[in-house]
Design a protein around this ligand. Sequence first.
Ligand code: HEM
Length: 409
Amino acid sequence: MQTTEAGFEKLGAEYLQDPHAVHERLREVGPVSELVLPRGLKVWVVTRHEEARIALSDPRFSKNFAAAGDLFGKHLQPGVARREFDQSFASHMLNMDPPDHTRMRKLVNKAFTARRMEALRPRIQEITDRLLDEMEGRSEVDLLDALAFPLPITVICELLDVPLDQRDDFRIWSGTLLTDSTQEEINEAAASMYAFLAGLIQSKRENPGDDIFSALVHASEDDDRLNEAELISMAFLLLVAGHETTVNLIGNGVLGLLRNPDQLALLLADRSLLGNAVEEFLRIDGPINMATFRYTAEEAELGGVTIPAEEFVLVSLLSANRDPEKFPEPAKMDITRATGGHVAFGHGIHFCLGAPLARLEGAVAIGSLLDRFDLDLAGEPSQALKWKDSTLLHGLERFPISLSPRGPR
Ligand code: HEM
């Protein structure tokens, strides 16, 4: 365990490769810990389930960063180079409290209901089948490249009517912005991303379709009209949130099954368990470790811990979902367990807009993959697997698998 000069525990690179062991220790110490993140920012991390639900939904933990002072300047540890993030993408609902949040969310809520998403099932199945066809005849693939990444990005691009030709560039830019990158890489990726999104919005202005972006660009009532920064930020949020996360649901879920052959056998024997299995994948190794930033506008007490004003508060969803007070034997994968109350999609007013879509994509992708192939990890786990360097995303950077056609069962 590393500590800073001021005596705070510093999470190191090994935390990013195996966060669960650290969470277990932190949960035992208390519900909230004052820590320094690998890139040198001091934050309060919430690790127990009950306090996580409070921090995610209680207005004392604000997301209105437009009203906050220079919190990064205040909490970066001495000697740590500051990385500037382009603010052009920041005017979105994950950085807002009501009433601004309410107005933004209302504009997109209707487009993502469970019913609307269910209507996409045949198309999601079709895209999945095409990707699986491309895997036929190969004995080894990277599951992320072959299925887990292209499925959600294709679906979200079709849903928002965004051209797919820059899909691979987009993957690189968003990966750079969300993981541990240098200032130069961030600047470059942000500039390319901005040009891409601005061009997209311009094209919707000139040639509106019946997609959500066109509707947002042309929202006519005064109340609903979004300014340019809000439009760019909304496009950024929907596209990035729409694929950076679901890729990890598919990747982590399949890895979980390979690591737990008894659970894989159970699922193969009884397909009606698939929906609950997806919830268990979300609980036990969800796509997001720490939820997005919140801060205390005023001093706040949480789980008996007093957090001063103007401090960053991060909720570890991974840790909350393995709190033994909430989920007995939390590290044990059990696709039949009661998973209700997991916080993989957050909680409260910022609860994930895309949850119905993500659940559907996860179930179709994993179910269809298992129908077609017998799978195994290709290589030694310690060599083959690498997790992303990120405290936000919990997902693999590469996931080589060997595969053979599944014989008749
Ligand atoms: C918010 C998780 C897929 C769009 C969130 C939050 C979480 C989350 C934890 C809340 C963050 C916080 O409170 O700090 C996930 C997971 C996904 C997933 C685990 C996949 C398995 C998607 C998809 C979309 C999406 C497919 C596409 C539309 C959003 C949006 C918000 C959000 C727009 C902000 C909601 C608000 O502020 O009101 N997601 N997400 N997500 N998610 Fe997802």
